[in-house]
Design a protein around this ligand. Structure first.
Ligand SMILES: O=C(O)CCC(=O)C(=O)O
Ligand SMILES: [Fe+2]
Length: 295
């Protein structure tokens, strides 16, 4: 099945979210996982050489190794986001055909990759072990619209959240509020992590959006959602990507958007990873990071 069925599209339009099952194959995801494994290994060796970790855990799986290394030195997670390490496999994945066939069903054939995108390694967390789970890994109730600039008010920016391991109640998945997106933007506050103000948080039974590896949780920019904690002993790796129509404001114009699919202007497509890296480098050189949230 290419893209989404009409029933899935209607579900997304009415509920404000959709769990699209089995969109991505092993072949789609493995290059990204391989790249992350190489990056984890590179970081581990650098920290080992500096004497900051004593055990490389070379034989641990993708699902466990990062947690073992992090426990020895949290610095391993520093600057480990899509736009920081700028890996080629992730860049190629941003234009993955199976993924874009789904995006196209909701946004049409002229597509831009939105620069608000993250790689998350949600670490195992046991209640009582630490005071509070990390905010970036356990985001509270919010709408993604809260982290975009006002010039993108009219842009349809859609979130595609996909795990690289099975995301369950135990490993940590998304919780979403169905239908609430119809209310539009709710007021947020930024203290303690960008979140909907308690007075405006709707009293709606949330859906636990468990999502197997290969499936995707799709949400619109007004869908309230949060991340649940990871109480398992594996790392819940995920990517959250966003797309919008080519030419529409991205909500973060100081960072690079780029064309990933276009029948009208195919010459606009960005396929050169070095150009993508250059665009980010350029943006980084001029950005005033202080005003940005990471949700
Ligand atoms: O991965 C998570 O736990 C939260 C992700 C999120 O808020 C998003 O993808 O917009
Ligand atoms: Fe979000």
């Amino acid at each position: 099945m290419k893209g989404l069925t009409i029933e899935q599209i209607i579900h997304y339009q009415t509920e404000g979210y959709l769990i699209a099952e089995d969109v991505l194959t092993e072949e789609d995801l493995q290059p990204v996982i391989n790249e992350l494994e190489r990056e984890i290994d590179r970081r581990a060796r650098a920290l080992y050489a500096e004497g900051k970790i004593s055990d490389l855990h070379e034989d641990e799986s993708f699902e466990r190794r990062f947690a073992r290394l992090y426990a020895q030195c949290p610095e391993i997670g520093k600057g480990f986001d899509i736009n920081d390490y700028l890996g080629e496999a992730v860049f190629r994945f941003l234009a993955n055909d199976h993924l874009l066939d789904v995006v196209e069903c909701l946004l049409g054939s002229e597509l831009s990759c939105n620069p608000i995108q993250h790689l998350r390694a949600k670490l195992p967390w046991k209640p009582g072990k630490d005071d509070k789970p990390d905010y970036f890994q356990n985001v509270p109730w919010h709408q993604d619209n809260a982290v975009t600039s006002a010039d993108s008010e009219a842009s349809e920016i859609i979130t595609f959240w996909l795990p690289l391991v099975n995301a369950t109640a135990e490993t940590g998945c998304m919780e979403v509020m169905p239908e609430v997106s119809k209310l539009g933007y709710l007021k947020h506050r930024s203290e303690g992590g960008t979140t909907i103000v308690p007075e405006q948080l709707p009293h709606v039974q949330p859906i636990l959006a468990e999502c197997r590896k290969g499936s995707i949780v799709i949400m619109n920019k007004y869908t309230p959602h949060r991340g649940t904690t990871n109480t398992s002993d594996i790392v819940r790796w995920s990517l959250d990507l966003r797309y919008h129509k080519l030419g529409a404001p991205s909500g973060r114009s100081i960072h690079p958007s780029f064309a990933v699919r276009s029948t009208k202007q195919p010459e606009q497509l960005l396929t050169d990873v070095d150009e993508w890296r250059r665009l980010w480098q350029e943006a980084r050189n001029r950005r005033a990071e202080g005003s940005l949230h990471r949700v």
